[in-house]
Design a protein around this ligand. Structure first.
Ligand SMILES: Nc1ncnc2c1ncn2[C@@H]1O[C@H](COP(=O)(O)OP(=O)(O)OP(=O)(O)O)[C@@H](O)[C@H]1O
Ligand SMILES: [Mg+2]
Length: 348
């Protein structure tokens, strides 16, 4: 099998399993790109009353759903276990009690079948979501070209990674405080918008004026780091001012102005980093890459080609884990049954 950039890799079908946070997911990927199935059981309705993920409940829920989700993924792909070449599973980073459920399920299947076990980094999974496409997509977009600048923006991470080739990552910078997704979630709570905050802020923002408030942008020039805590504090101060004055909160304008500040910083810094490192493409991935304003801003610039995964692959899923697992598999990685979870595993 040859990819559009003349890398040649063998054909393989990989089952991916993901359980790092509050989504239980399984998927089958063929040849590192084509999604034969992708099943995601979200726990969002269970955690909504806590306003965030309750770790103990998340791991119990994974235990209840994981085998059903795996079975469904195999059924939808019209395959059974002997048709597979390997089993890839998220090893970290994530909640230890949640990761253990996926890793143990994968080990059980490996013991029963003798298939190779491949541990995958969840963040690398987000990066590889840009390679995956549905079997029904007639002309899938080309995968991003190396060297690429990967902006990872999710609930737990915001970082810039230079990716020079498959599985070769160099972290250039990261958030010094809140992740972008975390900032969306916290500001949504401050504004009285429902959990999860990202989609709520986006919806409110679409009714508001992004220029209504000039919220601060932490540029942190001379580094590739980010910071969102000052922005969050600035939103809080404004809310307090409105409350002291007994005025109605302009929620939509505040959401739009907050979102514009986040998008501005992410776009400016990523473009600069890509240029500084001679990148041929930019990749934006992770839950926050679902944000419509962010997608529009990145796709509107003309300086450099941008890949953003389809909406369905932006938040946690197993198609991205199986895709990353494919490259680890064909490049020779094999893990043993002693493989443990790595809740704080960095990408590089
Ligand atoms: N449309 C959107 N706009 C902005 N943020 C969004 C949107 N949709 C989802 N998010 C944010 O994405 C985050 C969830 O992303 P993801 O599932 O990748 O995070 P995670 O897996 O919990 O964290 P990590 O990948 O860092 O371990 C949440 O913070 C959520 O608010
Ligand atoms: Mg994630």
């Amino acid at each position: 099998m040859t990819d559009p950039y003349n890398h040649t890799f063998p054909p393989a079908r990989i089952l991916g399993i993901e359980s790092s946070c509050d989504e239980t997911a399984a998927a089958v990927i063929e040849n590192g790109r084509m999604i034969l199935s992708s099943v995601v059981a979200s726990q969002v309705d269970i955690h909504v009353k806590y306003g965030g993920v309750f770790p103990e409940i998340a791991s119990r829920q994974h235990v209840l759903t994981i085998y059903g989700v795996i079975e469904q993924a195999l059924q939808q792909a019209h395959l059974s276990l002997p048709d597979l070449d390997a089993i890839a599973v998220t090893r970290g980073p994530g909640l230890a009690g949640s990761l253990v459920v996926g890793v143990n399920a994968a080990k059980g299947l490996v013991l029963a079948t003798g298939l190779p076990l491949i541990g995958v980094n969840h963040l690398e999974g987000h990066i590889y979501s840009a390679w995956a496409h549905g079997a029904d997509v007639p002309n899938p977009p080309l995968p991003p070209e190396f060297p690429l600048m990967a902006l990872l923006v999710s609930g737990g991470h915001t970082e810039l990674n230079l990716v020079t080739d498959h599985l070769k990552y160099q972290r250039l910078g990261a958030t010094l405080d809140d992740a972008a997704g975390e900032a969306f979630d916290k500001v949504a709570r401050l504004l009285g918008l429902p959990y999860p905050g990202g989609p709520s802020i986006q919806m409110a923002a679409e009714q508001g004026n992004p220029h209504a408030f000039n919220f601060p942008r932490a540029r942190l020039d001379g580094t590739w780091n980010f910071s969102f805590s000052g922005l969050k504090t600035s939103v809080l101060r404004l809310i307090q001012k409105y409350e002291e004055e007994g005025k109605r909160l302009p929620v939509e304008d505040m959401a739009a102005s907050f979102q514009a500040a986040v998008v501005d910083v992410l776009l400016t810094k990523t473009l600069k980093a890509a240029e500084a490192h001679g990148c041929k493409s930019i990749l934006v991935a992770g839950g926050v890459s679902a944000n419509r304003a962010l997608r529009t801003a990145f796709l509107a610039q003309q300086q450099i080609p941008v890949s953003i995964p389809p909406f369905s692959l932006t938040t946690d899923n197993a198609a991205m884990i199986a895709t990353a697992g494919y490259y680890r598999f064909v490049l020779g990685q094999r893990d043993s049954l002693d493989m443990d979870v790595l809740p704080t595993w960095p990408l590089s």
